[in-house]
Design a protein around this ligand. Sequence first.
Ligand code: HEC
Ligand code: HEC
Length: 482
Amino acid sequence: MTVPPTHRSTHRRNIALAISAVAFLSFEIAIVTPRAQTPSGSATPGGGRAFGQVSAATDPGPRGGGPGAGAPIGGLADYENQYFTSAQTEFSASETVAEGLGPRMNLDSCVGCHSQPAAGGSSPATNPQFAFASLNGGTDTVPPFITANGPVRETRYVQNADGSPDGGVHAIFTINGRTGSSTDCNMKQPDYATQLAANNVIFRIPTPTFGAGLIENIPDSAIIANATSNAPTKTSLGIRGRPNFQVSGRTISGQTNNNGNDGTVARFGWKAQNKSLLLFAGEAYNVEMGITNELFQTERDETSTCQYATVPNDTTNMAAATAFDGLSSIEKFAIFMRFLAPPTPSTDTPGGSPSIGRGSRLFNSVGCALCHTPSMQTGNAAVAALRNKAVNLYSDLLTHNMGTGLADGVSQGQAGPQDFRTAPLWGLGQRLFFLHDGRTTDLVTAIGAHSSSGSEGNGVVSNFNQLNENQKQDLLNFLRSL
Ligand code: HEC
Ligand code: HEC
């Protein structure tokens, strides 16, 4: 694997850290402290402060300006671009009961949950689930964790009634009363009052899909090589693998979540639980919208009085006039996401390019980059635009034990109750809600949440906490530039 320059220099400096964390940190501070002065009061667009006068570093907030994402990746052939455009229409379409929506679902379109700052992204500022409860005659109740301005959420239960592990998605809404449904369909919504009182409900917010085709095309070998890099530094900071994933003589940080059937590295979702975009699309169509398809053929709820379409609801149309028209919707969703360009970072907003540059170096030197790997490389991909390309995702695609504070009690594949995939940070500057359950909109809180009993993030957060406020501000500006 080609080691990106940022990584290489981190590695060199991290050797010092392995010798003495304190000496290392002061070394880093020594090189970043001298700073240019900016004019006083030059607040950045997002509300961030100019350095030189920071008393307490603050999250500059979502970066303004046009969306830095949503376009197709450069270098696609004309016919691939046409597929992208048509597939985007499918991703943005709202589905009806007649088309197979439900009988249980979390919303009626992919784009409803994946729209910030553009189609394919993450949770928007106004949660569409709030209005969806009563859309088209719907009679559903809005549960307390769905609010007008809160994040889009889906729920999983930790346990079944008998105490065995559940972990599955319990869809919030039903087709009761909606256009196309009939009066003999009387679904009950999940009994959230009881489940919430029993602390049995956990939340997940949407992850963005920009650049997802690049992520899909990173070879497993690159992910594994990266896991074993910088081993002494990772060990000194407590970033580790589970014992059964340690190969003797090597330290592996985090662990891959290997696909149950073919054993290759899965990489999508909060726990890296899903192998590919097509698989995620098929599962999301059935789980989020209740629409069965050629990957997930049977209805999750087969209550006979609530079925209004043939099963699977959506299939390849062999009689279609064109190849594209004939594709089933899940193929179109996958094509759209695969061809979405990665987010474009800003070079100067917020805080100006010197601050962002310093923040980027601090991100490496305090150790964020040990999990949030700045860059990996795709392999010999079939699509030329995705072949041998840099993927500046800021993730190692591994799952790490994030401690009791972030634990959700759910296991998926080899990812256990406290394990999460290092969240890719590209596009962070225009994201609104953070962490798997959307518990915060504030980057400072999100960083603090990395630290709790048992977390592999503890050592790095402690390094972060030792930075002065100006340095923290630089780091936050860097994060919002992504
Ligand atoms: C009700 C909201 C909702 C709808 C509708 C929805 N999603 Fe998602 N999506 C989510 C959530 C929540 C996650 C994170 C799930 C997890 O990891 O547990 C997610 C994650 C994903 C991911 C993983 C991306 C990554 O890198 O982690 C893909 C791909 C995806 N969705 C595709 C789709 C497609 C395609 C559709 C339409 C068929 C869709 N989603 C509809 C909420 C939604
Ligand atoms: C031990 C590995 C590890 C280290 C070190 C680490 N992170 Fe993370 N980071 C994660 C994981 C895993 C998540 C997802 C946690 C969750 O959602 O529960 C995450 C999530 C985040 C998020 C939220 C992203 C989102 O999409 O919601 C931000 C921001 C973030 N990290 C920034 C940082 C910064 C800044 C540092 C250094 C101070 C850092 N991280 C160090 C593993 C790490």
